[in-house]
Design a protein around this ligand. Structure first.
Ligand code: COI
Length: 352
């Protein structure tokens, strides 16, 4: 792989818990291009610097683009680990298929990421809760205004040292159940990690934030009845001893932390069910004291307790607004595997 070095390296921020999320970017990036004649080609690592695009480039007009989120961890033995990267490449190629983007070679980007992380190892923070966030992205780069799939693309990976996704860290989040706006619908792009899904969620997110909530909890588009996801996290509830998470019906992102959480819980004797969960069921469980815990899962959000939600003007507090036992167990186990504090019995961590 070609590596183009930069002459002067950037000044690094202080790697403490004030890093926030996605505010600093490392010295290098991985890039690879696509055109019809050559396919995916010109994979290289180069200085992370602004790139010029014609203003008629497809991505600016029709949002034909997809992305992923992964993390590299500084592990307790000093090694570097990436959590289940193969799952992310596979999902990214599924998103590509949905968005008419040509399939990319997973082995080439895997090698690119590995080389990039070796070069940027000093950018991986080591405090608990911090990591180097990895953002692989594909954007359509053909210069044209016709509404057709682009015939040219840029694949890039940028890296950002991060702390916790939420400004308040592991403090339980407050969610507003959104019963007007829609994030995704079956047959749409909800299960693809495409740019438009995030753009269309911002209006509801802003309105919720103005009311003092951290995020929106989306309901299904057709009936506004079933819980879907949060946008940056998949949702889980513990109802009367059972861990319940919305089934992947086509409009929900198939989260890799979600999949890992389900597996870990099941392997350790918890009852887990993937099924449709109506908001009425959650409200009813809360009213009769059976909603024991609620939490979200995601690469950026890790395992985030939900302390409170509001639906149709009524507030519901979960577990006294505190992180619950199962949430805490899951957080310790997932982060334990990621940081090497617990054995990686399922081979989820790729060592760099
Ligand atoms: C992630 O968890 O990696 C995400 O992509 C969610 C969000 C930051 C957009």
């Amino acid at each position: 792989m070609q590596i183009i070095k930069r002459e002067v390296l950037k000044e690094k921020p202080v790697f403490d818990n004030k890093l926030g999320f996605g505010r600093y970017f490392t010295d290098y990036m991985f890039t690879m291009k696509y055109n019809v004649e050559e396919g995916w080609h010109d994979a290289k690592i180069e200085p992370n610097a602004p790139v010029q695009f014609d203003l008629a480039t497809t991505i600016f007009h029709y949002a034909q683009g997809i992305f992923e989120g992964m993390k590299a961890f500084k592990r307790v033995d000093g090694s570097i680990g990436v959590f289940r990267p193969g799952e992310n490449w596979a999902r990214m190629n599924r998103s590509a298929e949905r968005m008419c983007i040509p399939q990319f070679p997973e082995d080439v980007v895997e090698e690119g990421l590995e080389e990039l992380l070796k070069l940027e190892k000093d950018w991986i923070p080591s405090l608990p809760g911090t990591a180097l966030y990895i953002r692989p992205t594909i954007v359509a780069t053909k210069v044209m205004l016709g509404v057709h799939a682009s015939t040219e693309y840029l694949f890039f990976i940028i890296l950002s040292p991060v702390g916790s996704y939420y400004a308040h860290g592991l403090e339980p989040t407050k969610l507003l159940v959104e019963d007007y706006y829609t994030r995704a619908t079956v047959g749409g792009t909800g299960e693809a990690k495409c740019l438009g899904n995030y753009a269309c969620s911002m209006k509801a997110g802003e309105e919720a934030e103005k009311k003092g909530f951290d995020q929106v909890l989306w309901l299904d588009a057709q009936e506004k009845k079933y819980v879907e996801e949060v946008g940056s996290m998949n949702m889980f509830f513990v109802i009367d001893g059972e861990v319940v998470t919305p089934a992947l019906v086509g409009s929900i992102l198939p989260g890799i932390t979600r999949k890992s959480a389900i597996y870990l819980l099941q392997q350790n004797g918890y009852r887990v069910s993937e099924r449709r969960v109506s908001i009425d069921e959650v409200v009813e469980a809360s009213r009769c004291g059976k909603l024991e815990e609620a939490f979200g899962t995601g690469t950026a959000a890790v395992i985030s307790p939900v302390g409170e939600f509001e639906y149709k003007g009524e507030r519901f507090v979960v577990n006294g607004g505190k992180m619950g036992e199962i949430t805490s167990w899951l957080y310790d186990n997932i982060t334990g595997i990621q940081y090497g504090k617990k054995p990686d019995v399922y081979g989820w961590v790729k060592k760099i």
